[in-house]
Design a binder for this molecule. Structure first.
Ligand SMILES: NC(=O)C1=CN([C@@H]2O[C@H](COP(=O)(O)OP(=O)(O)OC[C@H]3O[C@@H](n4cnc5c(N)ncnc54)[C@H](O)[C@@H]3O)[C@@H](O)[C@H]2O)[C@H](O)CC1
Ligand SMILES: [K+]
Length: 520
């Protein structure tokens, strides 16, 4: 993996960024030189995104008191030299020294300064240089009112480093925040830009890489940072591709799905289709007897196991002939209803990797999450959405405000791999490592898409076990990325309203062709 690919995997907090920046300055890089270099890169990117010929050229630049404001002043100057009609609105009279120097120079060049935010309303493009990772406290009163007014204008806004008002680490809105169309993040991805809370403010996020030496990064973050953005390069490293030339179906994993009920038969089909899409060698699906013909019709290649059912049509028990030890992985939950408690106890007593989702999680919560899992030696994967997470871990507070902390805590408590679904799905393992899937689509917010993910995870885990790979968490991570990318591709072709779960399963293979065709 080259430097750029490594950089893309990293997400930092404000404190870490400050330490890394501090090393650069301590090594001799003048702060002013770095600002000039960074802001020059920002200017270049803005000019390529918004060529002066493509609009009136009227640009409003918001300047804050710190170096984010300094960056903005350099950008204002460079756009001015390139013929853009620049107007600067300096929000605070008191500026940091370097920012004040750029302010002086911009004034000496005769760049237009306005005294009121309203004077920027005729600009088509707004550059947000109010705050970057130095934002320390809530934005209130007059400044908050101005930001809210600006957001009402619905202009095209480019935020430097972060949309002003977002907490660098948590992505929380501190009082109010700029709603950006583009966020040009400087040097290293800020953790806050990866949080669900931030998404409606970030717009399209890009990284402006300014060659931070990897040694400075690893000096602060270590060789393997604890929080990682999932990139396609990471996925490529862990996909079960290419396959060995000589293989057979049992070497490609055998997955058992335990799912479905008379009430929820579709979930079993979708989970099976997700598993099919993973490429798993053998797929067995245990469903209530009455669902067997339905499953056979949708998944003729799968071994459908008809189970004794309760009068409500849930799985009462697995047939005695089913030897749980004969599978590489077991996924349980979609559509089983909370009647199937004894099934869950049976599979958790088994020492095979188990994936629990949907009512499998709700039963686990009823049994007692931590007490039930504490004796598990084998891998357990939990895939809750926020509501299921709350039921599983009622003592973990503020889940949506700090998803990374929440999923880390859950994994530590259970020693399981916990995948917390969301706009930016986060996965944690027992050693507190966290992966965040940086891209997804609201098209996936539909019933059934979670069932597909469960099957996909199960199929990839089963293949990993069969191939004796020693770390399986990466298989869970790539499944989440794959699932999101299938949603993105499907939404591109069918709009965000056109990605039902069945359609989603049809795009799974397109993801691999779209991203990895050169190496398939
Ligand atoms: N990432 C890099 O390596 C580089 C970053 N650059 C830019 O510098 C900013 C960080 O600069 P800093 O001065 O530390 O912070 P800010 O510009 O975000 O300014 C914060 C400034 O404002 C004061 N403040 C904080 N909260 C509030 C508030 N709610 N109301 C009023 N004032 C507030 C605080 O005291 C600070 O003085 C980074 O984002 C980049 O844009 C370098 O230019 C290039 C390299
Ligand atoms: K900003």
């Amino acid at each position: 993996m080259n430097r750029n690919q490594k950089i893309q995997q990293i997400a930092v907090t404000a404190a870490q960024m400050r330490e890394i920046e501090g090393r650069i300055f301590a090594a001799g890089m003048p702060v002013a030189a770095l600002m000039e270099k960074v802001a020059g890169l920002i200017s270049h990117r803005i000019k390529s995104l918004f060529p002066i010929s493509s609009f009136s050229g009227k640009v409003g630049v918001l300047v804050g008191p710190g170096h984010n404001g300094g960056d903005a002043l350099v950008v204002a100057r460079e756009l001015h030299f390139s013929g853009y009609q620049v107007k600067i609105y300096r929000v605070f009279p008191k500026l940091k020294e370097l920012t004040a120097q750029h302010d002086l120079y911009a004034q000496s060049l005769g760049i237009c300064y306005v005294n009121e935010l309203a004077d920027l309303e005729d600009c088509e493009l707004i550059i947000d240089g109010l705050f970057g990772f130095g934002l320390e406290r809530e934005i209130k009163d007059d400044l908050a009112a101005k930001i809210n007014q600006l957001n009402q204008w619905c202009k095209t806004v480019v935020s430097i480093d972060l949309p002003s008002g977002l907490h660098t680490d948590s992505g929380e809105v501190l009082g109010t925040a700029i709603k950006a169309n583009y966020t040009l993040c400087l040097g290293l991805w800020k953790l806050g830009l990866l949080q669900d809370l931030a998404l409606e403010y970030v717009g399209k996020a890009e990284l402006i890489d300014f060659e931070i030496p990897l040694t400075d990064i690893t000096a602060i973050l270590g060789e393997m940072p604890l929080i990682q953005r999932v990139t396609k390069e990471f996925v490529q490293q862990h996909l079960p591709l290419p396959r060995p030339a000589v293989t057979h179906k049992y070497k490609q994993g055998h997955l058992l799905l335990i799912c479905g009920s008379r009430k929820y038969s579709g979930g079993a089909i979708l989970t099976g289709l997700g598993a099919r899409g993973s490429g798993v060698g053998m797929l067995s699906i245990a469903v209530p007897e009455s669902l067997k013909p339905l499953l056979v019709s949708h998944l003729p290649e799968a071994l459908i196991i008809g189970c004794e059912e309760t009068e409500n049509g849930a799985i009462a028990s697995l047939p005695d002939a089913v030897d749980l030890g004969g599978y590489d992985a077991i996924a349980c939950g979609p559509g089983i209803t909370t009647e199937a408690t004894n099934i869950l106890e049976g599979i958790l007593a088994n020492n095979k990797p188990v994936i629990l989702d949907a009512d499998g999680l709700n039963i686990l919560a009823q049994l007692g999450t931590i007490s039930t899992l504490k004796n598990r030696q084998e891998i357990t994967v939990l895939t809750p959405h926020a509501g299921e997470f709350k039921r599983l871990f009622p003592d973990i507070e503020n889940v949506q405000q700090s998803r990374v902390e929440a999923v880390k805590k859950a994994a530590e408590l259970t020693q399981a791999i916990v995948l917390l679904k969301g706009a930016r799905t986060a996965i944690a393992n027992a050693t507190s490592k966290v992966w965040i899937v940086p891209e997804s689509t609201p098209a996936l917010a539909r019933g059934g898409s979670g069932d597909v993910l469960t099957g996909l995870i199960g199929g990839l885990l089963a293949q990993g076990v069969a191939a004796n790979i020693n770390s399986l968490v990466e298989r869970v991570v790539i499944a989440a990325w794959w699932h999101a990318q299938a949603g993105i591709l499907a939404a591109k072709e069918r709009t965000e309203l056109g990605v039902d779960a069945f359609t989603l399963t049809q795009f799974l293979s397109s993801v691999l062709l779209h991203h990895f065709s050169s190496s398939l």
